[in-house]
Design a protein around this ligand. Structure first.
Ligand code: AMP
Length: 285
C-alpha cells in the first residue's frame, strides 16, 4: 500500500478511516504505532520505524517541527526541512501514514492549555532549555490524541524526553504503550542527529569527543570515576563548549550520589560552533 500523506487534521481523520477500513484499526483488530519526528529523517528514525513495525500492523510517522519546543534564540527557523526525502524514507520502511501538519493546523491562535513537565522538566535539559520539555509533552499528547496510536516509539538518544513521556503517560493515564529504541551511531561513535548536517568537518571531529567522553566514562565503576573520565575527554577538546555533563537517575534526571546502585544515565550536552548536540549512555553502578 502507498503511504497516505495527511497535511492537516481533516486529512488525518480521513486517512485513519481509510486505514480502519483496510487495516481494522478503528475496529480494534489491528494496532497502530506512531513514531513522532521533526523530519530530516536519518537511520536513527528508521530504526524506530522498524521497531514500530515489529509492534503493530500499521506505522504512522509524524513530521512536525514543533515551534513550542524551541526557545527564542534556538534553531527553529533554520531546522532542516526535507519533506520529499522524508516521504521516500517512510515509503521504503513500509510506513502506512505520514502526518505532517502545519503549525497553524496544530495550534489554535488562542490556545492556553499545555502540559507541564513538572520538576523533571526543570533539571538537565530543562536548565538550559526552559519550557522545552513542556513544549515536547504538549505536542506529543496532541499527536497521541489526533493519531490515536496503540504504541508510540521514541529514541533513547533523547533520554530525558523519553523518561518524561513515560512519566506523562503514567501520571495522566494516557492509553498508549511507550517503547524506547537504542541510539543509532555512526561507525566512529557519533550519535546520528538531524543537526549533524550543520557540522563542518572540523566541527564533526570536535563533536566526536561527546561520544568518546561517554564511552570513557562508561568503562569506569564509581560515579566519581565515571564523571572524571568523561570530563577529561571533553576538557581536551577546546572547540566543545559544554552545557552539562551529568550522571543522573534515569527516573528523575537528578544527579546520583556516590552510593547509587543500579542504572544511571551519563548525559552530555554541548555546543560545537553554533550547533547544540546531546548524547547519553546508560551505565550500571
Ligand atoms: P527528532 O526528529 O530529532 O525529534 O527525533 C525523533 C525521534 O527520533 C525521537 O524519539 C528521537 O529520540 C529519535 N532519534 C533521534 N536520533 C536518534 C538516534 N541517533 N538513534 C535513535 N533514535 C533517534
Amino acid at each position: 500500500m502507498d503511504v497516505i500523506v495527511a497535511r492537516n487534521r481533516a486529512e488525518l481523520a480521513e486517512a485513519r478511516r481509510a486505514l480502519g477500513a483496510h487495516g481494522g484499526i478503528s475496529r480494534g483488530t489491528a494496532e497502530l504505532a506512531l513514531v513522532p519526528t521533526m523530519g530530516a529523517l536519518h537511520e536513527g528514525h528508521r530504526s524506530l520505524m522498524r521497531l514500530a513495525r515489529e509492534r503493530a500492523d500499521h506505522v504512522a510517522v509524524s513530521v512536525f517541527v514543533n515551534p513550542l519546543q524551541f526557545g527564542p534564540n534556538e534553531d527553529f527557523s533554520r531546522y532542516p526541512r526535507t519533506f520529499d526525502a522524508d516521504l521516500e524514507v517512510c515509503a521504503a520502511e513500509g510506513v502506512s501514514l505520514v502526518f505532517a501538519p502545519s503549525a497553524d493546523d496544530m495550534y489554535l491562535p488562542d490556545r492556553q492549555v499545555g502540559v507541564s513537565a513538572g520538576r523533571m522538566g526543570t533539571v538537565a535539559e530543562g536548565t538550559f532549555r526552559p519550557g522545552h520539555l513542556d513544549g515536547v509533552l504538549t505536542v506529543v499528547l496532541k499527536l497521541f490524541n489526533l493519531v490515536r496510536p496503540d504504541v508510540a516509539v521514541f529514541g533513547q538518544k533523547d533520554a530525558q524526553q523519553l523518561a518524561m513521556i513515560r512519566r506523562m503517560v503514567a501520571d495522566l493515564d494516557v492509553p498508549v504503550a511507550v517503547v524506547g529504541g537504542p541510539t543509532v551511531r555512526e561507525a566512529d561513535g557519533l550519535a546520528l542527529s538531524s543537526r549533524n548536517r550543520y557540522l563542518s568537518d572540523d566541527d564533526r571531529r570536535a563533536a566526536l569527543s561527546l561520544s568518546r567522553a561517554l564511552f570513557a566514562g562508561a568503562e569506569r565503576r564509581t560515579p566519581a570515576e565515571i564523571r572524571g573520565a568523561a570530563r577529561e575527554v571533553l576538557d581536551g577538546e577546546p572547540a566543545v563548549s559544554l552545557d552539562y555533563l551529568i550522571l543522573v537517575d534515569p527516573a528523575t534526571f537528578e544527579e546520583v550520589g556516590d552510593d547509587h546502585v543500579g542504572e544511571a544515565i551519563l548525559a552530555v550536552a554541548a555546543k560545537v560552533s553554533s550547533t547544540r548536540l546531546i548524547d547519553n549512555v546508560t551505565v550500571t553502578l
